[in-house]
Ligand binder design. Sequence first.
Ligand code: DQA
Length: 145
Amino acid sequence: MAQSLLVLHGPNLNLLGHREPDTYGHTTLEEIDAMLAELVAVRGAKLATFPSNHEGALVDRGQAARGDGTDFIVVNPAAFTHTSVALRDALAAVALPFVEVHLSNVHRREEFRHRSYLADLAVGVVCGLGVAGYRSAVSFALDYC
Ligand code: DQA
């Protein structure tokens, strides 16, 4: 059966390309998703992407991954990284392997960004590599599954 990946994008990532480009770059979320779709298609795998500004919606989509054949999750929880026990609990409940991605190097930024509620549950964390971080996480997921 084909591998199936889910990519979750957290709040404000819908503004990528326009939002603080010095920090997050000039690539839009649509361009990132298209890049990932190509990467996954080459490997004959399946990709679902889900962007939301809403914590509950991300929790619901994460939970749904339990029964929909998803093998691996790549998640940029954005600001919810630093706040969301709910998203942590959802990913723990789903018990699927996941990688946490950040475009920016959160450890070079404000102290409140140094803490992640998800990282200790993740297979790995990629940060500071910009769009290449998403690509690396998805390539890793394809090899992992
Ligand atoms: C981010 C880093 C977070 O601290 C921030 O809240 C984001 C984006 C990143 O990709 O670098 O929205 O997750």
